[in-house]
Write a protein that binds this ligand. Structure first.
Ligand code: AGP
Length: 607
């Protein structure tokens, strides 16, 4: 997510803005910039890379009482100086910083170009600066209000004008924006850490609010244009906690961001008539029909997303899919030709095992499609097509929100392909799409049940051996659940297809060995009950994960966690969530460094 900061007051805006941007670094970014008003002229500096690059480019004597600053997390357009914010009108009379996505920016851009407006960047945000300038007739509030009527999407905006040096305008729609209230100075920020050093008194804007900040006053209007008074909140957090939005760790914050992350993908990739749109991806019926083979290549958690991807692509399109671990694929002499589709999956977009596999496949003529979270990353740049997961920066080493958005992307790709080649009936397609739309709320219901999961963890955190079993799609989730537990709690764990237990592994089950039985597939539920009884017969303990309506499993489980009902094929989007929470609580109870587990890196850029 981008970071926003604005200052107006009796002190120098420059250090307040630079310091604020540094406090937002944790959000992840690839470039930064600042705009200040000096003698009724806007001075704008932008730099790619770390904030220190911007800081070093500024004249130490720069002084202004008003300014806005931004750290960019690229969504439209590569990370670069020209794409960095603030964006400005051609005559540099208006400067804008933005966090969010303008969905209809292309149509507005085309119209502005027809009005002879010249664009310099690839971003959606630049449209806003030109639109406000186009609508400006001496009243900045009016120009902003008029421009907002044409924008569709999510935005937190900061706007300044060279002609009105005594005010900052802030607008909020679906992207958070907070106002900091100081003595003879006021602030805007996308998040509390940016202003905590200067004030603990904040006002959170609601959707469609517009705030006009001067150095001594903040006036707020709601979406109907009525002036509104907002409660002033006093922040009790310290700096460290504030960066995590009040959560104790990034990992739990990101687990809780999943409903929002999934909703963002749904909003961007399922249009109002329920059709899946893969903007920027040209995957035609002809392309799909000529495919001879599909490989999914990834590592770790992304590999597990690929296992689910294989299942759903094969189920919906009847096309064969092979899932490969990046570090193995590149040494297998894989069968590749120009009719091979390689789907690489990577949160960071920098995992070398996956990147090298991509390069080998590309050399042999394969078409490369990637599912990536970090915009402009190496894997994204070297792919023919990229599906961004827009989960926002994932700071915790354990991948959580990236995983669920990766899986969702596979569902959407599979449904899109099946629809193109007519291997799925319309009513089935619509049923699945409608069920997908319920997922954010269902995940939220699971998250609300976290206390129960914490209670189970409190009884089990001294365990040194835990097994995960499942059938069908629950096997893939067992693998991911086991990895989550291992990497942050350091508990030895393994996952195995439940039907495989009796072929050897059951020799390891002894009194009170904890076996997590993921039993969400209705069609395999009875079989799972038998496997659970096998474990109970050896005096093992069972933690079962089942759909809310399945009650018999309670009689043979020591602990039970429910997930809301959904189609069997969609349960991975839900069943992994209690497993993420379980792993998180086990790690915390064992006193581990949850966000930075020992021996691990967020992005493995070595072989
Ligand atoms: C996930 O929790 C792990 N940190 C790790 O397995 C990770 O998924 C793997 O290294 C791949 O990373 P990527 O998604 O950035 O390519």
């Amino acid at each position: 997510m981008c970071g926003i900061i604005g200052y107006i007051g009796g002190n120098n805006a420059v250090p307040a803005i630079i310091d604020g941007l540094k406090k937002l670094e944790y959000r992840g970014y690839d470039s930064s910039g600042i705009a200040i008003n000096i003698d009724d002229k806007l001075v704008i500096e932008k730099k790619e890379g770390r904030i220190i690059n911007l800081e070093n480019s500024l004249d130490v004597n720069l002084y202004s009482n008003i300014g806005i600053g931004h750290t960019r997390w690229a969504t439209h357009g590569e990370p670069s100086e020209v794409n960095a914010h603030p964006h400005f009108s051609t005559d540099k009379s208006i400067a804008v910083i933005h966090n969010g996505i303008i969905e209809n920016y292309l149509e507005i851009k085309k119209w502005l170009e027809s009005e002879n407006v010249r664009f310099v960047s690839e971003t959606d945000t630049e449209v806003i600066a030109h639109l406000i300038s186009y609508n400006y007739n001496g009243d900045l509030e009016e120009a902003v209000t008029e421009s907002l009527k044409r924008l569709r999407g999510a935005y937190a905006l900061g706007v300044i004008s060279k002609d009105e040096p005594d005010k900052i305008i802030a607008v909020r729609k679906d992207s958070p924006l907070v106002i900091g209230l100081g003595e003879g100075e006021n602030f805007i920020a996308s998040d509390v850490p940016a202003i905590l050093k200067n004030t603990k008194n904040v006002v959170y804007l609601d959707n469609d609010d517009m705030a006009i900040l001067t150095k001594d006053e903040v006036v707020i209007y709601n979406g109907n244009g009525d002036r509104v008074e907002k409660d002033i909140e006093t922040i009790e957090w310290d700096m460290e906690a504030a960066e995590k939005g009040g959560y104790p760790h990034f990992t739990i914050k990101e687990i809780n961001e999943q409903p929002d992350g999934i909703q963002k993908v749904i909003d961007r990739r399922i249009n109002d008539s329920g059709k899946i749109v893969l903007d920027g991806i040209n995957l035609t019926k002809k392309d799909i029909e000529k495919l001879s083979r599909i490989y999914i290549v990834a590592c770790g958690t992304s590999y597990h997303a690929g296992l689910v991807g294989k299942y759903v692509i094969e189920k919906f399109t009847k096309l064969p899919v092979q899932v490969e671990i990046g570090s193995e694929f590149r040494y297998k002499d894989p069968l590749i030709d120009e009719n091979t589709l390689i789907i690489t999956v990577s949160q960071s977009g920098e995992t070398l095992d996956t990147l090298q596999s991509l390069r080998i496949a590309k050399e042999q003529g394969a078409r490369i499609m990637s599912i990536v979270n970090v915009v402009g990353s190496s894997i994204a740049r070297e792919s023919d097509d990229v599906f961004y997961t827009w989960a926002g920066p994932e700071i915790g080493v354990a991948s959580t929100k990236a995983f669920t958005t990766q899986m969702l992307t596979f569902y959407l790709i599979a449904l899109f392909m099946a629809d193109e080649i007519n291997t799925i009936e319309k009513e089935k397609y619509n049923e699945i799409v409608n069920e997908i739309k319920k997922i954010p709320n269902s995940i939220q219901n699971i998250l609300n049940d976290n206390e129960k999961i914490y209670e189970i963890a409190k009884k089990q955190f001294n365990n040194e051996k835990i097994f995960f079993i499942g059938r069908g799609l629950d096997v893939e989730i067992s693998y991911e659940a086991s990895l989550k537990l291992k990497e942050i709690s350091y508990i030895n764990s393994q996952a195995i297809a439940a039907g495989e237990l009796k072929h050897g592994t059951i020799a390891l089950i002894e009194k009170e060995t904890l076996v997590v039985a993921i039993a969400t597939q209705d069609r395999l539920y009875e079989k799972m009950l038998s496997n659970i009884k096998e474990v109970k017969a050896r005096k093992g303990s069972i933690l079962s994960i089942a759909k809310i309506h399945n009650k018999e499993i309670d009689d043979i489980s020591d602990y039970r966690i429910s997930i809301p009902d959904t189609l069997d094929i969609l349960t991975p989007l839900l069943s992994i969530v209690p497993m993420q929470l379980f792993a998180y609580y086990m790690s915390v109870l064992r006193g581990n460094d949850v966000d930075k587990p020992r021996n691990l890196a967020k992005s493995v850029t070595v072989e």
